[in-house]
Ligand binder design. Structure first.
Ligand SMILES: *Cc1c(COP(=O)(O)O)cnc(C)c1O
Length: 373
């Protein structure tokens, strides 16, 4: 039987174990510690942000970001429907109410026109949104110029969900550099992984201290067990931070490899196939975390899925819009259904940076079945 080609495999260098050994040598394998400090500094240096707090997942990072922005029960938070559920579930953890916004065709991220419409209507109903969560989906930066100016105009803070976009740039600024707070994920399939983990990108020491307090059970001091608010156990393990240090040292190389893979798909798909590869616009440098296509024919898409299955090549459907999910189906949605269409005619292709030449030729052979010539 043919070996399976995975959608996204972690790409381990030869240094992760060395940094993990540091944690053992220090006998500090719990949360926080030297590796965590080093990893936070490396992230801050890479994305040119002042303060970084590492936590145990991207989801926790979004949860704490909402708390820092003062989101409470019954508050409205504007969210991108075309995103991973972890983008929005923390809104629900807090008893707040998501209002969903559609995507636009170019980036598949939040449509600025419908964002403004949603904000205006919320304000008209005397429920000004408390925050906006915008995702740089699949590593593609959102339309930050328009989105930021709308948020500024109505004075609503933004959380940038850059979980998938570490290494992507928008007009030269790193994803993670937009919004009032941004987050990364270091889950196993992300471009930098710690096996499980996340980070918050913050603007001040004060903000970081506050986030750290929430992430460490809101403990008043290290000496005792007084807790001045409801806290969480959200800190990153020092062992896992060791993996992250080695991973981020390879980030630039990984982005190059992801971009080469995008070129590989581009040259395969530019012949008259029914499929169009998602590509960056001029002002953007994407990390191409996940290569995605859209098909102009549903039957070709079904045929491609079948061919991939036969070849044991893993693909993934794109996000099922959150406003259609059972737990969110009663929420408001502003848009014309672009995200529904992206879900219906889109597909994600294998995008590991460690694909072998043999794997690539198996993928090429399958995609070439759809060439007209
Ligand atoms: C991975 C991901 C998250 C959640 O990160 P975890 O580390 O898995 O909790 C949130 N948003 C998006 C867009 C993601 O891809």
């Amino acid at each position: 039987m043919k070996t399976k080609i995975d959608l996204l495999k972690p790409h381990i260098s030869n240094r992760e174990l060395c940094y993990i050994e540091d944690a053992f040598a220090d006998n500090w394998i719990t949360t926080g510690g030297g590796n965590v400090d080093r990893f936070e500094k490396k992230i801050a240096a890479f994305c040119k942000k002042k303060e970084v707090l590492c936590v145990n997942s991207g989801t926790s990072a979004i949860h704490l970001s909402l708390i820092l922005l003062g989101v409470k029960k019954e508050d409205i938070v504007i969210c991108q429907s075309f995103s991973f559920c972890a983008s929005v579930n923390p809104v629900k953890y807090l008893g707040a109410i998501p209002v969903f916004v559609d995507s636009e065709e170019q980036t598949w991220n939040m449509n600025p026109y419908y964002l403004e419409k949603a904000i205006k209507e919320c304000i008209n109903k005397k429920k000004k949104p408390k925050a906006i969560i915008v995702t740089d989906s699949y590593g593609m930066p959102a339309r930050w110029k328009e989105i930021s100016s709308i948020a500024e105009k109505y004075d609503v803070p933004i959380i940038e969900d850059a979980a998938e976009a570490l290494g992507s740039l928008y007009y030269g600024t790193n994803c993670g550099g937009f919004g009032d707070i941004a987050i990364y994920s270091f889950n196993g399939n992300k471009i930098v992984t710690t096996s499980a983990g996340g980070a918050m990108l913050l603007n001040s020491k004060k903000q970081k201290d506050e986030a750290l307090h929430y992430a460490t059970q809101a403990k008043e001091s290290n000496e005792g067990y007084k807790h001045d608010m409801l806290g969480y156990n959200y800190r990153m393990s020092n062992v896992l931070a060791g993996i992250g240090i080695a991973q981020i040292e390879s980030l630039e190389e990984r982005v190059k490899q992801k971009r080469q893979l995008n070129q590989f798909y581009f040259s395969l798909l530019k012949e008259a196939t029914p499929f169009t590869l998602k590509q960056e616009s001029q002002d953007v440098y994407s990390n191409y975390w996940l290569n995605c296509i859209r098909s102009n024919s549903i039957s070709s898409l079904e045929k491609l899925k079948n061919e991939f299955k036969k070849e044991r090549i893993e693909y993934r459907e794109l996000w099922y819009p959150l406003h259609l999910q059972s737990i969110y189906k009663n929420c408001l949605f502003y848009g014309s259904g672009i995200c529904n269409q992206i879900y219906e005619n889109g597909l994600a292709l294998p995008s590991s940076t460690n694909l072998s030449e043999k794997d690539k030729s198996r993928i090429a052979k399958t995609l070439n079945l759809f060439n007209a010539g």
